[in-house]
Structure formats: structure tokens, C-alpha cells
Design a protein around this ligand. Sequence first.
Ligand code: ZN
Ligand code: FE
Length: 270
Amino acid sequence: MKKSNVQVIGLSAFDDNYIWVLRANGYAAVVDPGDAAPVLAHLAATGDRLAAILLTHHHGDHVGGVGELIKNCINCGAAPPMVFGPAAENIEGVNHALHGGERISLESLGLELDVLAVPGHTRGHLAYFGATIGVDGALFCGDTLFGAGCGRLFEGTPAQMHTSLAKIAVLPAPTFVYCAHEYTQANLRFAIAVEPDNAATQTRCDAVAALRAKHQPTIPSSIGLELATNPFLRWDAPAVVQAAASRLGHQPQSATDVFAAIRQWRNDFR
Ligand code: ZN
Ligand code: FE
């Protein structure tokens, strides 16, 4: 597949959100603009024209800026952006409703993205995978997979979230993972509680502490790094199965049971 020349940059929003901007040919697409202000500042500074908005789910910290961004395009006399989002969720401004399984085309950026249905955090949650971005592809996964963690189950079941994470786990290992929050350091404290003997987790913890001490982002990570260190993708690892068994007081009956026990423990973990 032909590589795109798309560049990905991160804008900070609120306390710990990232709004990812995909840029090429003088156009931009933004993922989960919870706040319009940093996006408008980016557009003003670069001259990029806003071609598309990609939404993963309906929470306010992901969609709060959509109305203002559309209004701004119209006020500038530009074409309003394509707004992609989950058909299963009621989000104002969405004009391209998606179910998952589609391939969408952002022609002005010369980019195609595969849409994945990843319900669990919310019932219609989507992720966007660009196989041609960067060297080995990029995944924009909102609040489904985090650095060393995963989203809370607000609307879905553990079985749904486990299935969603399993879809993500089979993407190529070098794929960059662009999630929507900077939660990695806190998540790693929990990951070490689950797997105290996982050397890769300890190494990542040290690297992340060094980055955070300098106020630098720990995102993007990669599928390979998450597979090695994220307890929510490691339902097959003996130490994780053992940790789930001691939480449950009996052997888990399935990988979903392992995932559910670890997710429940995370909710109670301080
Ligand atoms: Zn959310
Ligand atoms: Fe969020």
C-alpha cells in the first residue's frame, strides 16, 4: 500500500486529553476535539484547512468542540468539515454516521482509514486505523485502549470490551497507538500490582516516569509495547490469570473472566 505523507501532531486539552491532528497537503483532520480552542489556534498558526472531524464516542471531553469548529468553517466561507462518528450514539454535527467495518476516504489528505467497532467504554465506540500513516500505521482509539490501561465500562459489558480489545491486539505490533488521555503513569502503577515480575512493565514505568518528570507525552505507544505491558491485553499471561484467580477466589473460566476480574480490580485500585 502506498504510504501517505500524513503527519500526526498532538494538541493538549483540559487536564489530560489529547486531540490528534492529522495533516497533509494543507488540510487537517482532527480526532475527538473536546475543545475547539486548541484546534482553532492550530489552524490559525498553520493555515491548515479543516477537512474532517473523527469522533470515537459521545463523551463531552471528545465532542465538546464540534459545534464551534463547524461554525468557524461556515463563518470563514469554507466548506463545513465531514464529521464522522458512531451511528449508535446521538452526537450533534455528525454527517457521516459509521457502524464499524467501513473504509473512509479523506481525499484532501490522500488518506484512507479503516473503522473498527470497539464497544465497551460506550455502546457505539469507534476506532480509526490508518495503515498508511507513518512507517507502520496508526490507530486512534479514543477511550478504549490507553497506555498500559483501558477505558471504564460505562455502557458495555466485559465481554464486549474484551472482544473490542482483541480486535486491536491483532493489529501489526509496530502500529502507533494514539489514545485520548495521558493516563499511562497511573495505569503502570496498577500494571505492576497485577504483574510485579514483568520486566517490560518495570522498564516502561521508568521510561514513563522520566518523560512525565519533563512534562512530555507518553503517547503514542505501540501495539507491541501494549501487548508486553498492558494487563488488559494480557488475559493469556499466566501471571495475569493468576492475579485474576486470586481476586475471584477461583480459577477464571475464560479469557473474558480474566479481563473482567482485572477491570473490576482496576476500579477499586487506589
Ligand atoms: Zn470517554
Ligand atoms: Fe475521555
